[in-house]
Design a protein around this ligand. Structure first.
Ligand code: AMP
Length: 296
């Protein structure tokens, strides 16, 4: 079913909503010809303040900003939440228009993956551990859709969130390895007042799960404090983080990974070193959340 709106609201007539990739490329080319620096913010919609921070950063740094909304089927595994992923297009479009962006690109799956589409990006090796191990094929789907979006939106700069830290490494390596002329900017993770990282998936959480979810943030902060103090070995630190997660009713089987790694290579540390990236992924019921914390 095609969406009708060509404007997001009566107040904001300046934001164009484009569904067709060719039309998007023409519009982007026109922005570039007009001498504008173009920023792009790729998202899957169900927008929250974390997404909007990326948009605001692009607005501050570029003369034209394009946000994209596309729930990319290629990055979901067969047993994952593609079908139930929240789709809130009307309110997303209204929030983006309020931010003053120039264009929202919201293609249909049939134009991104037309019948017979069979070309995919082999992601860089940094995609192998952590998310890559738990979600086989995920980064192949991410790399493919990001490259496709870069081909369609002729952006100078693309904005991503640190929240999906491994994804930022995958995208950075991909643009370097494939000579894609887009600068990658990574923005800090936006959090709830209690520290929980904003995520489109937080809306799946029951009240009880939401209260437990802050355990992820607390475990990261505890681990970071240990690394900063420099007085414990990695195993002791990870044990302390696990025990804190247990206090928040996470069973060992709920934790997909909990690691302290090199922020560049994602190689897990045997001894505390700095800078260090602390990474966690865990499930609360049927909801899977990830988070990370950098010790500089
Ligand atoms: P998604 O819609 O979940 O694919 O996310 C789109 C972009 O928003 C990605 O670059 C994410 O890393 C980023 N993002 C998601 N949550 C946050 C957050 N809490 N703070 C900052 N950026 C975020």
């Amino acid at each position: 079913m095609r969406r009708a709106p060509k404007k997001a609201s009566d107040q904001d007539v300046s934001m164009r909503i484009v569904e067709d990739p060719n039309e998007m490329r023409e519009l982007g080319d026109a922005m570039r010809r007009a001498g504008k620096r173009v920023g792009v913010v790729p998202t899957m919609g169900a927008l929250h303040d974390g997404h909007l921070e990326l948009v605001r950063r692009s607005r501050a740094e570029c003369e034209a900003t394009v946000a994209t909304i596309f729930v990319n089927p290629a990055q979901f595994g067969p047993d994952e939440d593609f079908a139930r992923y929240p789709r809130t297009f009307e309110s997303d479009a209204a929030r983006l228009a309020e931010c003053g962006i120039d264009c929202l690109f919201a293609p249909h799956a049939s134009s991104m993956y037309p019948e017979g589409h069979s070309t995919f990006v082999e992601p860089p090796s940094i995609a192998a551990p952590f998310e890559g191990q738990v979600r086989p094929g995920h980064f192949r789907g991410v790399a493919t859709i990001v490259l496709k979006l870069f081909q369609i939106v002729p952006a100078d700069v693309a904005y991503f969130g640190q929240k999906d830290y491994q994804q930022t490494l995958v995208v950075r390596r991909m643009v370097r390895d494939l000579n894609v002329p887009v600068a990658i900017v990574v923005c800090p993770t936006v959090r709830e007042p209690d520290g929980l990282a904003l995520s489109s998936r937080n809306r799946y959480l029951s009240g009880e799960e939401r209260r437990r979810a802050v355990g992820l943030y607390r475990a990261l902060r505890l681990g970071a404090a240990c690394v900063e103090a420099g007085d414990r070995d990695i195993e002791t630190t990870i044990d302390a983080m696990r025990s804190l997660l247990r206090d928040h009713a996470f069973a060992p089987a709920d934790i997909d990974y909990l690691a302290i790694a090199d922020p560049e290579t994602l190689a897990e540390f045997a001894m505390p070193e700095r800078p260090a990236m602390l990474l966690v992924a865990a499930r609360l019921g049927t909801t899977r959340l990830i988070d990370n914390w950098l010790v500089p």
